[in-house]
Design a protein around this ligand. Sequence first.
Ligand SMILES: C[S@@+](CC[C@H](N)C(=O)[O-])C[C@H]1O[C@@H](n2cnc3c(N)ncnc32)[C@H](O)[C@@H]1O
Length: 197
Amino acid sequence: MALTSAEYWNQRYLNDNTPWDIGQVSPPIKAYIDKYIPKDAKILIPGAGRAHEAIYMFREGYQEVFVCDWAPEAFHYLQGEVPTFPKDHLIQSDFFQLEGQYDFILEQTFFCAINPSQRLAYINQINILLKPGGWVAGLLFNRTFTKEGPPFGGSKDEYESLFSSSFPVYEIVMSHLSIEPRMGFELFFSAQKRPII
Ligand SMILES: C[S@@+](CC[C@H](N)C(=O)[O-])C[C@H]1O[C@@H](n2cnc3c(N)ncnc32)[C@H](O)[C@@H]1O
């Protein structure tokens, strides 16, 4: 089974072999949501998995939260936690085939799960999925991993060169709100798609 196929990930959920899952909304992303995302925004969380960020936002009154994952098992947790979450906001799809337009896209351990050869395609797809002036924000690993990925690591320099190729405004800084095991190993980034002027 290819390490980066939908079947591979679905099996990980079926086996409950999900060490990436921190079991809560990621604190740096929660802080970003609370500060910057208006309640009427349309939000996409790609590679959402058990989607703790979506559960948090839905409970906080955000109505336009969409989650995408190609592993159908991933959505069961969210459906159990928030049974009224709209079914048509659960998008079982390959992120790279997704269509639509969003005000915000949130990144939490999805980028590190895709093959590094797809990183430029990720940036291009994020740009397509954002409305003009929309924002992508979230966490990226600031480290390498000794075992073969996923997860695949990276560095601030690499990410800056990727983001600067497509986004006129972006910021990548050390995350100071990471959970303890990831403290010092995560960068928080935000980038804005060029607005129409
Ligand atoms: C490391 S997990 C992270 C899940 C969740 N964001 C979290 O932090 O708990 C990566 C997720 O991305 C999904 N995924 C990987 N490649 C994908 C793709 N091309 N399209 C959609 N989902 C994908 C996997 O099924 C898996 O749920």
